[in-house]
Design a protein around this ligand. Structure first.
Ligand code: ASP
Ligand code: MG
Length: 419
């Protein structure tokens, strides 16, 4: 059994869908489960729908219309003659979406509403791909991932309930996947009350890893618009190189620092189950791409990761007290309350500095809370964070040893060395 995952860029237009169908039928011999994301930038477009619905904006209908016509153009291309039958299924999803946004009872919890709405992107894309495959005589079964990926009800960042998920996967999905080519959605699951949940933006890679682990797949392949994992984003650094082999450990670190080719949560389930991950180009499917496994080669070249839109918070005590354990405790509690994921942090005598992605202005309520806790806070927006993974050797520093920890605290660089 193999797991294939196709992201939004691979199915952004009719030719993309045709290419995906070609890859599935040519490289997917034997048992295959295919995980697909929303087409192109549909999730972003649906985020606008959520916002308009929540704030009662009049553009709501137009936003939905835009999404409908984008998908209609794709389906008109894919099914020039006989689209009606399956188009009903897509049309039905739009109807469901419209009824959902009309239902005022659902609109008081933003994060809940978000998960109910944005997942239409995946439901629609998988319906279209499944129907197209069928039209090309590739038999397949469309399945609703919510029946299998069971989560808690932490909306927009749900946690998988592994035991329950494993039970339904073994009892219900395994028998089906051994008979049929399965087409299902990434990113989405089902919460405690049967409601839709999501695993966090770009979470489809993680869905593929969950299915891979529980179905004991021989491999998981993520098909991308780049050649594989590179040592830097080729769009920003033209001299970047492909890394052909990588250990799980290196992959998890790179993903954590923001190498956007793999979602950070993806590696852990695969490492536990010892399942190799391939990252390959859907444009050049015959090329090898990158293989991530336990015995992969440790990274030899430094990797540069550039994260945009970062914000720096400089937190200090009002009375010139030291930032000590107690104050750190309340700062961390505030960060966690506001679901802020810190990229880097640093403390000095009277300052605590942290850097995170500037998403949805989360820092505004966070700063207000820190203010009530008695801290001074200064925010600097629009920063870029450059991380260089794989420390360079210490010869340039005039000392010997391997750098195991390195930090720059503004006035000095600190290197923790192991001889
Ligand atoms: N469609 C979702 C997103 O864009 C999930 C994914 O692509 O992995 O965030
Ligand atoms: Mg996507």
């Amino acid at each position: 059994m193999k797991i294939f995952k196709f992201g939004g860029a691979s199915v952004k237009d009719a030719n993309g869908v045709k290419n995906v169908a070609h890859i599935i039928s040519h490289y997917g011999d034997g048992e295959v489960l295919v995980v697909i994301s929303a087409m192109g930038k549909t999730t972003n477009a649906l985020e606008k729908v959520v916002d308009a619905c929540f704030h009662g904006k009049k553009e709501l209908k137009d936003y939905i219309e835009e999404i409908r016509s984008y998908h209609q153009n794709i389906t008109n291309d894919l099914f020039p003659n006989n689209g009606e039958i399956w188009l009903n299924e897509v049309e039905n999803l739009f109807l469901e979406l419209e009824c959902l946004v009309d239902n005022e009872n659902l609109q008081d919890d933003y994060d809940f509403l978000y998960d109910q709405i944005v997942t239409f992107g995946e439901l629609i894309s998988t319906r279209i791909v499944s129907a197209y495959l069928l039209s090309q005589n590739t038999r397949n079964q469309w399945l609703d991932a919510r029946n299998f990926i069971l989560t808690d009800s932490r909306y927009r960042d749900a946690n998988v309930q592994w035991e329950e998920t494993n039970r339904v996967v073994q009892n219900r999905l395994k028998p089906l996947s051994s008979r049929n080519l399965i087409i299902t959605q990434g990113f989405m699951g089902k919460g405690f009350k049967g409601e839709t949940t999501t695993l966090g933006r770009e979470g489809s890679d993680y869905s593929a890893a969950i299915f891979g682990k529980l179905l004991q797949a021989e491999s998981v392949t993520i098909w991308k618009d780049v050649a594989g994992v590179m040592n830097a984003d080729p769009k920003k650094f033209p001299d970047s190189q492909l890394i052909s082999e990588l250990t799980y450990n290196d992959a998890i670190e790179l993903a954590y620092y923001g190498a956007s080719v793999i979602h950070p949560k993806t590696i852990q389930p695969l490492k536990h189950a010892g399942i190799p991950l391939f990252v390959k180009s859907f444009i050049h499917p015959d090329e090898n791409g990158t293989k991530v496994s336990e015995n992969g080669v440790t990274i030899q070249v430094p990797c540069r990761i550039l994260k945009q839109n970062q914000i720096l918070l400089e937190i200090s005590t009002r009375d010139f007290n030291f930032i000590a354990e107690e104050s750190l405790q309340s700062i961390f509690a505030a960060l966690s309350n506001h679901k802020v994921r810190v990229n880097i942090m640093q403390n000095s005598a009277i300052h605590f500095r942290c850097v995170f992605d500037n998403k949805e202005n989360k820092f505004v309520p966070l700063m207000a809370e820190l203010d009530t806790l008695g801290f001074n806070v200064k925010a600097t927006e629009n920063l870029q964070l450059l991380s260089i993974y794989q420390p360079e050797d210490t010869t340039a520093l005039g000392v010997e040893g391997r750098i195991v920890l390195e930090q720059n605290s503004g006035s000095a660089n600190h290197y923790l060395l192991q001889l």
